[in-house]
Design a protein around this ligand. Sequence first.
Ligand code: APR
Length: 235
Amino acid sequence: MATGTELKICVFSGAGMSAESGISTFRDSNGLWENYCIEEVATPQAWVKDPDLVTAFYNARRKNVLEAEPNAAHMAIASLESWAKVQVITQNIDDLHERAGSSEILHLHGQIRMAKSSGPHQEKAYYPIKGWELTEEDLCPDGYRLRPHVVWFGEAVPAYEEAASILHQADALIVIGTSLQVYPAAGLIHYAENAQMKCIIDPKANELDVPTSFKKINAPASEGMQQIIDWLENL
Ligand code: APR
């Protein structure tokens, strides 16, 4: 394996990454999708049917994110930059990796603190949202109502190719806090064919469907990341 700043570590995170910051996951018991219907709040059809309901759902998510702080696992991932070139690929729409100090972050499913036009032309213009609330009066310069910059079910994942390329180049892969049930994101782990160290950190790691080349660390994000840091410190 390469060493020092040559080493390329990719961290692939999901909702469990932010669980210890007080942000709900989607598919655990009492997760978000147990309390909300995906079809009513997280699809393009939901927006057409009831944009106020969709906006209210994401306003609540944004409020939760603004009130949250990065946890020890976010901080540990930022500290990995002392050992290696670290690229975070996250399915999370929160900004906790940024606030912890990670410098290279690719958001596969968008960013809750940004908005974009709901018009038919998916322009690549994103607008920071001040505070937690987006309202029906917040319009894009093209005249359409602003919607959250979030990839909904049924929409394309524009950052997918870039993510696949990063994984292909990784020497090590840390997957953390994702049930790997949502595609195409979940399929990305298979691009890391050059990585000589692969692990998955999750309290349910033993139940998750990953290739046998993955070491399973059956622990919450903070505890699992501490194990990785301890290992690096003793190399
Ligand atoms: N530390 C690490 N992992 C945890 C923790 C924790 N403290 N708590 C729970 N988890 C794990 C769960 O065991 C589960 O495997 O986090 C995972 C969360 O899985 P999901 O809720 O399915 O979240 P995720 O995989 O990120 O969902 C993918 O689905 O709804 C969409 O767009 C949304 O990006 C999201 C995508």
